[in-house]
Design a protein around this ligand. Structure first.
Ligand SMILES: Cc1cc2nc3c(=O)[nH]c(=O)nc-3n(C[C@H](O)[C@H](O)[C@H](O)COP(=O)(O)OP(=O)(O)OC[C@H]3O[C@@H](n4cnc5c(N)ncnc54)[C@H](O)[C@@H]3O)c2cc1C
Length: 208
C-alpha cells in the first residue's frame, strides 16, 4: 500500500485531517492496530500533510491510540498530542488480563515468520506474552517516550462523544465520565482510535 492509499484508507470522506484507524477493518489485532497507526502517521508526514506544531487529538488510549501518539511525537516536530481515554488508564482492555495471550504474528500462520515471538516494531515493541504483560511492556516504552516528549498529554476519564468541523479546525466535545457538563477543545488533526464500533462513543458531525 502506498502513502496515498494508507491515508485514504483511514480518512473520513469529505473531512480534512480526521482519521478513523482500523475501526471498520478486518483482522483487528493489538499488533495490526499498532501497525495501522504507525503507517498512517508516517504516510501523513512523508506526504507533507502533517504540519509542524500541529495540535492533535487521539481519541482512545488503546494499542492504536498510543502508537499514533508516539509516532506523532517522534515524527512531527513540536506536535502537541492529547490522548482522550474514557477509562482510568491507557491499555485498560489488556491490563489485568493474565489468562489471554497475545501473539504479534497470529494471522501469519503457517508462514515461517509466524513463529517469531517478537513484534519487530520500530516503536512500542513487544514479545508474545499474556495480554497483561504485553500491555505493561508497551506502557513502559510509552512512559519513556512521554518523558522525552512532554507534549504528549494523557487525558484519562474523559469520554469524547462528538467531533465537529469548525473552519479549518475540528472541535472535540468531551466530558468527564459521570458528569454532565460538556467541554470543547479545537484540534488541527483528530485520530479516532476508539476501537470496535460497538464501543465507539464519538459521533462525527459532517461539514455543513
Ligand atoms: C474478547 C476479545 C478478545 C480478544 N483477543 C485478542 C487476542 O487474543 N489477540 C489480539 O491481538 N487481539 C485480541 N482482541 C482484539 C484487541 O482487543 C484489539 O485488536 C485491540 O485492542 C485494538 O486496539 P485499539 O486501540 O484499536 O482499540 P481498543 O483496544 O478497543 O482501544 C480503544 C480505547 O478507546 C477508548 N474509548 C472508546 N470510546 C471512547 C470515547 N468515546 N472517548 C474516549 N475513549 C474512548 C476505550 O476505553 C479503549 O481504551 C480481542 C478483543 C476482544 C473483545
Amino acid at each position: 500500500m502506498n502513502n496515498v492509499e494508507t491515508i485514504e484508507g483511514s480518512s473520513v470522506p469529505g473531512e480534512l485531517n480526521l482519521f478513523v484507524v482500523g475501526t471498520c477493518d478486518k483482522r483487528i489485532t493489538f499488533y495490526s492496530q499498532q501497525v495501522r497507526a504507525i503507517n498512517l502517521v508516517h504516510a501523513l508526514v512523508d506526504t507533507g500533510r502533517q504540519k509542524r506544531h500541529a495540535k492533535c487529538a487521539v481519541v482512545g488510549g488503546g494499542a492504536c491510540g498510543i502508537a499514533a501518539a508516539t509516532a506523532l511525537a517522534l515524527l512531527v516536530p513540536d506536535a502537541t498530542v492529547h490522548i482522550f481515554e474514557r477509562g482510568q488508564q491507557m491499555l485498560n482492555t489488556q491490563l489485568g488480563c493474565t489468562r489471554r495471550n497475545l501473539h504479534p504474528h497470529l494471522y501469519e500462520w503457517p508462514s515461517a515468520d509466524s513463529q517469531n515471538q517478537d513484534a519487530g516494531l520500530p516503536i512500542l515493541n513487544w514479545r508474545a506474552d499474556s495480554a497483561d504483560r504485553v500491555a505493561k511492556a508497551v506502557l513502559q516504552s510509552f512512559a519513556t517516550v512521554r518523558q522525552a516528549f512532554p507534549r504528549i498529554i494523557e487525558r484519562p476519564l474523559l469520554q469524547v462523544f462528538n467531533v465537529a468541523r469548525n473552519g479549518s479546525e475540528l472541535d472535540v466535545t468531551f466530558k468527564p465520565r459521570h458528569e454532565d457538563a460538556d467541554q470543547h477543545e479545537s484540534y488541527g488533526f483528530v485520530f479516532l482510535t476508539a476501537g470496535l464500533p460497538a464501543y465507539c462513543g464519538p459521533a462525527i458531525v459532517p461539514a455543513s
